[in-house]
Design a protein around this ligand. Structure first.
Ligand code: PLP
Length: 657
């Protein structure tokens, strides 16, 4: 991959008010001033009443358990008073909450909530469905499985349950648990062919040795799971039971890592390859699975994106050392910088190395950026060509970003967070795998494939979600919220994509405005966006003019950030704007990147010191609020932010000791 080009100057031509404002979006949120209060109130009251009638129509012949005079009893009144007091205390305390809804908030990955999701969640809460199984959630389990299909379609996986290789997805508490699930499934799939060999089944056309069995292409491993299921189905019941027990006893899930690898001494514990800037959930996941953090190999980056040459070199080394690889993680929208890894190149590398006997899974961590794929989807689910998408933007999507998103359909699994760019309440993350048949390996009691009769249809099969998911009991209301949102705003460019497009335009406006800020304030500060953003997370590096020392620059940016962050000791109303901070890791930039950025900032890279952990501190901005550009009043909160920043930079420098 080529080095990141130096950011070009966009500040001349850009008018943020050029693009039309989609008026439909005005009905999508409660709004910065809670303008849609009556709409939300109407929905909440209407559906709360609906719930009340539902209760009343269930055996209305039962007598009133709470009498109409109960509310007059002193104990009743005392409890009500106590409850009210606690609720008021809570409500008062919550006034210190983070004003995610405001276009003055461009800090972390949160914004206003989509009304369809918020209303669906509130509507569903009093029914309290538990999506662990259909017995406790006859309605919302099915919605959750359908959410998996909705996401699969956006991501480019097969989403027709009538197809044998249809994708499958489910919700999790967040992206962290979805990433665990990806590791769990990849390990199950990698080790299963080895267990089949160990059980000694001759008829399945198994790989010749353990190394080959452990390093199959994931497609071949899934096909093997499918063949095994069919083979069992046609076996006589006693035979079937015997073989099932034999294979189960040889599986990694039964033996544990220690005994599995002791039984197969020629196999090493597999590595997880993830970029240096990957989210820390990957480290947590490797610990949780018992692989150990040292199996997580951090791939160097160039311009905050996986360095494909380094990936290639790592794979070459693994092949030479007979070091298996569990998965390569590519990130679609990094947590810190919003950059997009070359997913296409990672899949290409996988195909090449799988052909040479080093098969591994490719997982896309799209916890942040997954919903941006909606911009590339037509209403019929087909992919939009880059040139067509690009008409709406200054420079999105770059050829690299378009190719990366277009390649997601060729990967094995994806993490995407409805509670991030899906604008839905926490905890709604999602895990989606390309071919649902692999999930047979996750079930606690894998009995359905093996009934002997025809396998149940897709929807029936997934009604016992608890068999597959990492969690047990879980919120059906969250599933309802995600489903209803995706129905009201289908995940294509003409619907949900309108919202995603706003965020990209905001980022392009931010870039133009940052360049103007840098010019207008060059007498006191060097400022730049260290690299062109791929999406809507944008960073700004700042260094007081004349300073060469990294620690001094870092201290300055930290002071600025202190003013721009939540401080629990002060009312949020005192703050003008909110931004977050991050650090720039030289190993994520590559040598050319470090030289270019430090040079532009006037910093001496030799002053990077241990105390600062060898990093440069940056301001980081999440541009997801739909009203950052207020068309109604022709106000840009991004302009206002930069005006504020200029004042604060000058004030801080003037007061500096
Ligand atoms: C946010 C994020 C995660 C973790 O997701 P949670 O929902 O916070 O658990 C993982 N990976 C990436 C890239 C993220 O942005």
């Amino acid at each position: 991959m080529a080095a990141t080009p130096a950011p070009s100057d966009h500040s001349g031509s850009f008018d943020p008010f050029d693009a039309a404002h989609p008026h439909m979006l005005d009905a999508c949120f409660l709004g910065p001033y809670a303008q849609n209060d009556t709409l939300l109130e109407k929905l909440v009251v209407e559906f709360l009443r609906d719930h009340v009638y539902w209760r009343r129509n269930f055996h209305p012949e039962d007598p009133l358990a709470i009498s109409t005079t109960a509310a007059l009893h002193p104990d009743y009144l005392a409890f009500e008073a106590k409850m009210r007091r606690e609720l008021h205390l809570l409500s008062a305390a919550l006034k210190k909450s983070v004003p995610f809804h405001s276009p003055r908030y461009i800090g972390h990955m949160a914004s206003d909530l989509l009304l369809p999701g918020l209303a669906a969640q509130i509507l569903t809460l009093p029914y309290n469905p538990n999506n662990v199984t259909e017995d406790t959630a006859p309605v919302t389990v099915e919605l959750e499985v359908k959410v998996g299909l909705q996401l699969a379609r956006m991501l480019g996986y097969v989403n027709d349950p009538a197809q044998p290789d249809c994708a499958f997805g489910h919700l999790t508490s967040g992206g962290t648990v979805a990433n665990y699930q990806a590791l769990r499934l990849a390990l199950a799939q990698k080790a299963f062919p080895v267990a089949l060999r160990a059980a000694g089944i001759g008829e399945l056309d198994l790989p010749d040795d353990d190394w080959a069995a452990f390093n199959l292409h994931p497609h071949a491993a899934t096909a093997l799971v499918d063949r095994w299921g069919r083979w069992l189905a046609q076996a006589a019941p006693a035979e079937r039971k015997r073989w099932q027990a034999k294979v189960a006893a040889a599986r990694i899930e039964q033996l544990g890592l220690v005994d599995f690898f002791a039984t197969h001494p020629e196999l090493k514990t597999p590595k997880v390859l993830a970029p240096v800037t990957a989210h820390y959930s990957w480290s947590k996941g490797c610990k949780l699975l018992g692989l150990g953090r040292s199996q997580l190999e951090r791939l160097p980056e160039r311009g905050m994106r996986i360095d494909v040459d380094a990936l290639e070199a790592t794979l070459e080394r693994c092949l030479r050392q007979r070091q298996p690889v569990l998965m390569a993680v590519a990130v679609l929208g990094t947590t810190e910088y919003g950059t997009v890894d070359p997913i296409d190149a990672v899949v290409d590398a996988r195909e090449r190395y799988a052909a040479r006997g080093l098969g591994f899974a490719v997982h896309v961590d799209a916890a942040w950026g997954g919903y941006l794929a909606s911009l590339l989807r037509n209403e019929d689910g087909s992919l939009r060509p880059r040139a067509e998408v690009a008409l709406e933007f200054e420079s999105f999507p770059t050829p690299g970003v378009h190719a990366a998103i277009a390649a997601v359909g060729r990967t094995d699994s994806v993490t995407v967070d409805p509670h991030k760019l899906g604008y839905l309440p926490y905890g709604a993350g999602a895990f989606v795998c390309r071919d649902h048949r692999a999930t047979a390996l996750l079930t606690e009691a894998a009995d359905y494939v093996f009934h002997g009769e025809a396998a149940p249809d897709y929807m029936t099969r997934y009604r016992r979600l608890g068999q597959i998911i990492p969690e047990g009991s879980k919120s059906g209301a969250a599933a309802a919220a995600v489903y209803v949102t995706h129905q009201a705003l289908p995940l294509d460019h003409a619907h949900f994509g309108l919202l995603s497009a706003q965020t990209i335009r905001a980022a392009e406006h931010f870039r133009a405005r940052a360049q103007r800020f840098a010019r207008e304030n060059e007498d006191v500060v060097h400022a730049l966006m260290p690299f062109d953003p791929d999406s809507n997370l944008v960073c700004l590096a700042l260094n007081p003019a004349g300073n060469r020392s990294v620690p001094i620059a870092n201290a300055f940016v930290r002071r600025l950030h202190d003013e721009l962050r939540i401080d629990p000791r002060h009312p949020v109303q005192d703050k003008q704007f909110f931004a977050s901070a991050t650090t720039l890791k030289p190993e994520a930039l590559g040598v050319e990147g470090v030289d270019r950025i430090f040079d532009a900032l006037g910093l001496d890279p030799a002053t990077l010191d241990d105390e600062n952990d060898d990093k440069l501190v940056l301001l980081r901005h999440t541009l997801m609020n739909p009203y950052l550009i207020d068309h109604e009043n022709r106000i840009s909160y991004i302009d206002l932010y930069f005006d504020h920043l200029a004042l604060r930079v000058r004030a801080l420098l003037a007061s500096a000791p």
